[in-house]
Design a binder for this molecule. Structure first.
Ligand SMILES: Nc1ncnc2c1ncn2[C@@H]1O[C@H](COP(=O)(O)OP(=O)(O)OP(=O)(O)O)[C@@H](O)[C@H]1O
Ligand SMILES: [Mg+2]
Length: 255
């Protein structure tokens, strides 16, 4: 069983400390964890720190079966700069072979076909990355992130460019993949209803520190929304009994 725990984690850019005090307890493989918080709170910074791209105090504990053909931690950035020269298929093949030699086996190709089909983008395989729509590019980035079956996958706003149908498809697909592959998936999200619906656990980041972390329905409350997001909101059960966030307005600056 894969698990990741963030212990007193912080991060800095150069000498400037941006993030501190992220303590999550054990985040187990098989489920999605939402990372939420306002713009500039430190969500992307947290992901870069976990991925080892920037320094900082604290520890990332990773435990579980480390299979050699699987990446330990994979980071899917928020802004996915497209290498316009490659086709979609080539770019996913490149991601698959990264760091493992260039011999391409039948199974590599079958794996790419499968992931493109799962994400419903098989028809894009031989299109150039430079000629895709924003949402199509985002789906290709998800394929690139998944192809090495990481144990921990950090997805930075993976649904921000997707239409409603694709958002739902991608999040429920990620739920199934996390469970099937014993993968711990952390997803930075702005849509709190997605966090409530698809993510077992939620970590709240604000002003460069962790505010709280726990089961999504316990963490996403009107008090938290007021304090962290400065909005007046209700969290109510919908007609199907699921909790949903309804935003009524912003909290006046002087309040
Ligand atoms: N390379 C960098 N050098 C210095 N400061 C940076 C750098 N990247 C980000 N920051 C700063 O770190 C803070 C946190 O940024 P971060 O990108 O982690 O926010 P975020 O929570 O991901 O926001 P958003 O929801 O807008 O994506 C911001 O104040 C930002 O300006
Ligand atoms: Mg960000």
């Amino acid at each position: 069983m894969v698990a990741i725990a963030l212990d007193a984690l912080g991060a800095r850019y150069g000498r400037q400390t941006i993030l501190s005090g992220v303590d999550t307890g054990l985040l187990k493989g098989g489920a999605l964890t939402a990372v939420i918080g306002p713009n500039a709170a430190g969500k992307s910074t947290l992901f870069k720190r976990i991925a080892g791209l920037i320094p900082g105090p604290g520890t990332v504990h990773l435990s579980g079966a480390a299979l050699p053909e699987r990446d330990a931690i994979r980071y899917m950035p928020q802004d996915t700069g497209a290498n316009a020269v490659l086709t979609v298929y080539e770019s996913v093949l490149l991601a698959a072979k990264q760091g493992s030699g260039w011999r391409v086996a039948e199974s590599d190709l079958a794996g790419i076909d499968r992931i493109l089909a799962d994400l419903q983008i098989s028809d894009l395989g031989f299109r150039g990355l430079g000629e895709l729509s924003g949402g199509q590019r985002q789906l290709v980035s998800i394929a690139q992130a998944l192809i090495r079956r990481p144990q921990v996958l950090l997805m930075d706003e993976p649904t921000s460019a997707l239409d409603l149908f694709r958002q739902i498809e991608v999040l429920s697909f990620m739920q199934r993949r996390a469970a099937a592959d014993d993968m711990a998936v952390l997803i930075a999200l702005h849509d709190l209803n997605h966090a409530l619906r698809y993510c077992e656990h939620t970590i709240v980041i604000a002003n460069g520190t962790m505010v709280t972390s726990g089961p999504s329905a316990e963490v996403i409350t009107s008090a938290m929304l007021r304090e962290v997001y400065r909005v007046e909101a209700r969290v109510e059960a919908c007609t199907q009994g699921r909790p949903v966030v309804i935003v009524d307005g912003s909290v006046p600056a002087a309040a």
